[in-house]
Design a binder for this molecule. Structure first.
Ligand SMILES: Nc1ncnc2c1ncn2[C@@H]1O[C@H](COP(=O)(O)OP(=O)(O)OP(=O)(O)O)[C@@H](O)[C@H]1O
Ligand SMILES: [Mg+2]
Length: 296
């Protein structure tokens, strides 16, 4: 009879087998089975420009870097997140930038690439461009665990975000394998009319609001220095709370098996809520690609 012993370690499983012959000779055979990638892959996306995608990417990275090794995929040709990383001092926790070039050129699949990355990072955050096209979204959704959607409180952003969420829910890759969705309310100023309008819109979606991020110059200052707001010498507890909440939500997700979103009811609520808010019909037949708007 062959006896098998299994030992789990962080990134692999060791199986030690012992056959009768092994027993006689006093030897064992060991096989290492690499288990599935352990990195949690988070994509920051909204077809609308200027809503805070890069700000959420960089601050999430700087906060997550306290939990373990982290990596950045920058899919925006403007390269703002990569530029931020180039400004980062050596005293701060290291954030690795993973090149997206081989993937862009079709030389490797995203699965292969993320598998390589997973060996080096506990969390991987992907920054995406404004006007994210359906084919790119389709490609990026492969091997993504969480999509965080930043939205800021303006009528135009709300409209564009509604269209983006719709395009996400209709995306073929998302329909095949729904990922966890969350909204980040960015640049908020409480007790303003625009804040309440945004809250009302978001309450119509079946997507949780993960965190609220204040509108403050600390974010501008931190961006200029390659830092997160947590790494500034002067920081505010209110800002820390936003990121702690976001990370708690991510950690809670990690401890569960993600449930497939009920897309049809989400879509209906989204449509009804948007119509109610904007006072105009929001057609399901609108071409979703045309809805993403560039900043400026
Ligand atoms: N919470 C905030 N408080 C103050 N300023 C902010 C905040 N979030 C973002 N900003 C500022 O708003 C501008 C746009 O933000 P950011 O670059 O993160 O948006 P984006 O969605 O990545 O834009 P793009 O679509 O062009 O890539 C930047 O100047 C940024 O510093
Ligand atoms: Mg950006």
């Amino acid at each position: 009879m062959i006896s098998i012993k299994v030992h789990n370690s962080n990134d692999s499983t060791l199986m030690t087998t012992r056959s009768p012959q092994d027993k006689a000779s006093g030897s064992t055979s060991t096989v290492r089975v690499i288990s599935r990638p352990k990195a949690t892959r988070i994509m920051i996306a909204n077809g609308k420009g200027g809503v805070g995608k890069t700000t959420v990417t960089t601050n999430l990275l700087s906060h997550l870097s306290l939990l373990g090794p982290v990596g950045l995929f920058d899919y925006d040709t403007q390269g703002s997140a990569s530029f931020w990383l180039s400004l980062r001092g050596e005293r701060e926790p290291v954030i690795t930038r993973f090149s997206t070039k081989a993937h862009d050129r079709g030389q490797v699949t995203r699965s292969w690439m993320t598998h390589q990355v997973a060996q080096k990072a506990r969390y991987v955050v992907t920054d995406t461009p404004a006007g994210l096209s359906s084919p790119l979204l389709d490609k990026l959704l492969i091997d993504t665990d969480i999509v965080l959607i930043p939205v800021s409180p303006s009528q135009i952003d709300i409209h564009a975000t509604a269209a983006f969420v719709k395009s996400l829910l209709l995306n073929p890759q998302f329909r095949r394998r729904p990922v966890k969705l969350g909204v980040v309310m960015n640049r908020i100023r409480k007790n303003t009319l625009s804040f309440h309008k945004l809250e009302k819109f978001l309450s119509t979606l079946d997507i949780p609001v993960v965190s609220q991020v204040r509108d403050t110059q600390f974010y501008v200052k931190a961006a200029e220095a390659g830092l997160g707001v947590n790494e500034l010498s002067q920081k505010s507890p209110a800002d820390q709370k936003s990121w702690v909440q976001m990370i708690r939500w991510i950690r809670a997700y990690e401890s569960t098996v993600p449930k497939a979103a009920d897309r049809s009811s989400t879509q209906k609520k989204l449509r009804d809520g948007t119509e109610q808010l904007l006072g105009v019909p929001f057609s399901d037949d609108e071409p979703v690609e045309d809805q993403g708007q560039k900043k400026g």
